[in-house]
Write a new protein. Sequence first.
Length: 234
Amino acid sequence: MIEIFKRYGIDLTEDQEQMLEEYYRLLVSYNEKVNLTAVTDRDDVIKTHFLDSALILSSDISLSLSSEKIRVLDVGTGAGFPGLVLAILRSEWDIVLLDSLRKRVDFLNDVVSKLNLNNAVCIHGRAEELARDADYREGFDLVVSRAVAELRLLLELCIPFVNSDGRFVSYKGPKYHDEIASATNALAELNCAEPKVMSMSVFDKERFLVEVCRDGDLPEKYPRRAGIPAKRPL
């Protein structure tokens, strides 16, 4: 695993490798009771989930992320991708994992406990509601989301958590062009700058990270109440 990550400019220590191995074992075990992922083969999980989650740390992608302590939120983390992987690889970051399904959050809490990750907190809830909490609204340097929804919906769910100097990064596939085009109104409504796109070829698959920063004050009316963004995307 160390060599695979190194190939993409990501340094992995032996301790981190062991933590990811234990993460994998717990994932496969829980997956027999709770539907967490359709991918269960060890090598496939490493490539499809672990490495893919870590791409934001790759030296080939110039996100200028500080290695110092920053506050990170993973919206719709699911089985912990990318947030839990980032918590393992960046112990100096404070990471919040948010998901709306209790069973997934229970799994995440178990992994956090077994791996002794004191930099990760798991929350059961909806982004539309958590974004109204003063402890979380505009409270993060980095917000991430992977394989959750189309960009115009994600913007309304995620941008309210981004502080004035922060950024939102969405993990996307090759259709990101269409998603950005559809998100023109959402970008304007939420006072966002033009998205920046970073790409990598990972095991012959093109992966794209779409980075969006704030470019003005956050409108108080966003996000709208739970369920409305999905029914009527901006």
